[in-house]
Design a protein around this ligand. Sequence first.
Ligand code: AMP
Ligand code: MN
Ligand code: MN
Ligand code: MN
Length: 279
Amino acid sequence: METLLKADLHCHSFFSDGALTPEELIDRAVAAHIDLFALTDHDTVLGVKRLKKAAQHKPIQVINGVELSVRWKLHDIHMVGLNVDINRPELTSLLELQNKKREWRARQMAELLEFTGIQSFYQKACDFAGHDRITRSHLAGVLLKEGIVSNLQVAFSRYLSRGKLAYVPTSWINIEEAVSCIVKSGGIAVIAHPYKYKLTRSKLNALIEAFKEAGGEAIEVVSGDIQVTQMGELAGLCQRFDLLASTGSDYHNDQYSRIKLGQQRRLPLQCRPIWEKWG
Ligand code: AMP
Ligand code: MN
Ligand code: MN
Ligand code: MN
């Protein structure tokens, strides 16, 4: 029965860098026959209450979620927290701290980006986002809108990725802080999209070891449009490190997300799905 369950445990709303409201996400998720669904906005749970309300009396179960930004050995790692109690003061204060850092970084990056000739870049990013939880996607959006780049990929490869012109390193929380907060909030910590960080095999192993040491229990074996061979490798890491497997589309919007809600591949059969934990 469990393997037949359709889950999407990673996506974004307009409270971070997604395009849709929580209500629109639920409509889409129900239409896609998703049984188990989580919204995992960047360092915020502002959309979760609306998501749960919209899911009432619908054939879909919502799991509380968040995607935390983490600093590990000069890498920006994303950690999903699933089934967290969003009212825990530990979580609230951690998210407040993260968003202060996020604002600081956005202002710094925006200032650097003004060399392109765009004035009031930070304000433009807030207008573009509709809020002040500015991610690099929003900065990329402004560069595109103002005609500085021809597509978002170029915005990242030229300006926003690590080491590029407008990249500003941020002292995000570390792995231990992230995992401990998720666990204290009653949730399970998940390493998001492990292949996005371009780590060598030994570094990825070291990341997983540090994560496990801190109390982390799962990795995303399926994320977005991941290749089958990579899925197989991640399933192998689950077995080797005794980890649960999570899955998510990482859907942001129709324009740029190649995988829509619930359209990601199924978890390999040998994986133990994270929802085993929730009965
Ligand atoms: P931030 O949390 O502010 O560092 O922003 C990270 C977000 O930027 C990710 O969640 C993606 O939505 C987006 N992003 C990161 N790298 C790329 C890329 N190379 N191309 C397009 N979007 C990206
Ligand atoms: Mn994003
Ligand atoms: Mn991410
Ligand atoms: Mn994400």
